[in-house]
Design a protein around this ligand. Structure first.
Ligand code: GLY
Ligand code: MN
Ligand code: MN
Length: 444
């Protein structure tokens, strides 16, 4: 097993904060940024969901504990404040270690740290700049209310010479634009995540035969991820036969039968960077002729889009190409009639291809970043962006207009693509994609 993935050097986070502060100043002059952690979510009664740090906060600090908040100011020599959970012998005995105030400063490079209980007392002192960058309506309405209270308090004290923020700006324009471009550290984490994802998908192809169950395949994925020190970046979709036509299926408990296709959409997450990969394979080890036609069509659409990926191209443009290729093929397969242009114009292709073809990928599986530029046009790809290309076809089992041999069949092929100076790199190319490679991976 490879060594655990090393933490990113603190200098990387410091450089990100410097760049964010530079952009804050450029955009808004003297200003403050507040980012807080995702709240812990209850699973049931006194059991919590596994905690996952907020991506913005992590990207700025490398700090992964719950119940914290960051304040970053454009002004002063010590602009970085972190609120964290204090050390607590009793709580740590029950629920695990905490870095505490001092540890948090060491890990994150914060200039000062306070216990979370002091947020309401300290925040008003820290955000007295004309502009506050804070994302309203994020993950925590309680924190939104806290910000609103703080602003009201400051406004009421305006007579005393206090500056209450007059403008509230979405920090997405700073943080998410920067998060869109992956640096070498981020790409290393992503490559490690993809290695483990590859191992998981390969094992699932090997064990996923008729007579097994979807959950056994899910277990194979998890074994690969966990033994490599990773977790799932999102709930895996392990869908056999007709279940593959449910886009976000994740019951993962049905039997797998010979003759069915199995669609697995799953990615490992390393250092909070997740892969997002879908492969579709035959439980019997061999595609039937009808399945082969469907599969090759989806693969052709994916390959064309990947081939055309380069700086300057847009995700919308790639999606349009995919829709055209798929619609043309749907007509050849007898799923639709007429011309591709007519079926695209009346949207009837959406009966079999109803989702978009791409999204940004990184710390979040549907990663942060605008899809349109300021003129509201699809934005051009630039080197350093990572996104998915994920065409599919889904034929409902009760679609009596579809050829009977295709009903209840879903195929998706999803790859993770890095935009490079010279074009692109398919980061997930080594996870079997062609029919021949998939059948070989299924061979027992
Ligand atoms: N796994 C979620 C997606 O493919 O977008
Ligand atoms: Mn995806
Ligand atoms: Mn996916």
């Amino acid at each position: 097993m490879p060594a655990p993935f090393p933490p990113l050097p603190q200098a990387v986070y410091a450089a990100r904060r410097d760049e964010v502060r530079r952009r804050m100043r450029e955009l808004a002059g003297p200003s403050t940024l507040v980012v807080h952690s995702t709240p812990v979510a209850t699973r049931n009664h006194d059991v919590e969901h596994p905690y996952r740090a907020d991506a913005d906060l992590y990207w700025l600090t490398g700090f992964t504990e719950p119940e914290c908040a960051l304040v970053l100011s454009t002004e002063g020599n010590e602009p970085f404040t972190l609120f964290v959970r204090p050390r607590d012998k009793d709580k740590e005995l029950w629920n695990g270690r905490r870095h505490g105030l001092e540890g948090a400063r060491v890990i994150s490079g914060a200039h000062q740290s306070f216990g979370v209980a002091l947020i309401d007392a300290e925040l008003p002192k820290l955000i007295q700049q004309p502009t506050l960058f804070y994302r309203l309506g994020g993950t925590d309405p309680h924190f939104d209310a806290r910000i609103a209270r703080t602003l009201t308090q400051l406004r009421m004290r305006g007579r005393t010479g206090i500056t209450a923020p007059r403008r509230l700006e979405d920090p997405g324009v700073l943080l998410h634009e920067l998060r869109l471009l992956k640096d070498s550290h981020e790409l290393s984490a992503l490559r490690r995540a993809i290695e483990l994802t590859r191992a998981g998908h390969l094992t699932a192809m090997e064990v996923g035969r008729g007579g097994t169950h979807e959950h056994e395949l899910e277990a194979a994925l998890l074994a690969s991820y966990r033994s490599g020190g990773a977790v799932c970046g999102y709930s895996p979709i392990v869908a056999a036969g007709r279940n593959a036509t449910i886009l976000h299926y994740n019951e993962n408990d049905a039997p797998v039968r010979d003759g069915e296709l199995v669609l697995i959409d799953s990615g490992a997450e390393v250092a909070l960077y997740t892969a997002d990969v879908t492969r579709t394979f035959p439980a019997s080890g061999t595609f039937t002729p009808a399945q082969a036609k469907l599969y090759d069509l989806v693969l052709r659409a994916a390959d064309l889009a990947i081939e055309h990926t380069a700086p300057g191209v847009t995700i919308d443009g790639l999606h349009d190409e995919i829709v055209h290729t798929l619609t043309e093929g749907m007509i050849e397969l007898g799923l639709l009639e007429g011309t591709p242009e007519a079926r695209i114009a009346d949207s009837s292709y959406r009966r079999f291809y109803m989702h978009r073809s791409s999204h940004w990928l990184g710390l979040d599986v549907h990663d942060a970043g605008a899809y349109r530029n300021e003129a509201n046009e699809p934005r051009a790809l630039v080197p350093g962006m990572v996104f998915t290309i994920e065409p599919g076809l889904y034929i409902a089992e009760d679609d009596v207009t579809a050829p009977p041999e295709l009903r209840g069949t879903g195929v998706r092929i999803e790859d993770d693509i890095l935009v490079t100076e010279s074009g692109h790199e398919n980061l997930t190319a080594s996870i079997p994609r062609t029919r021949a490679d998939v059948e070989q991976a299924c061979a027992r």
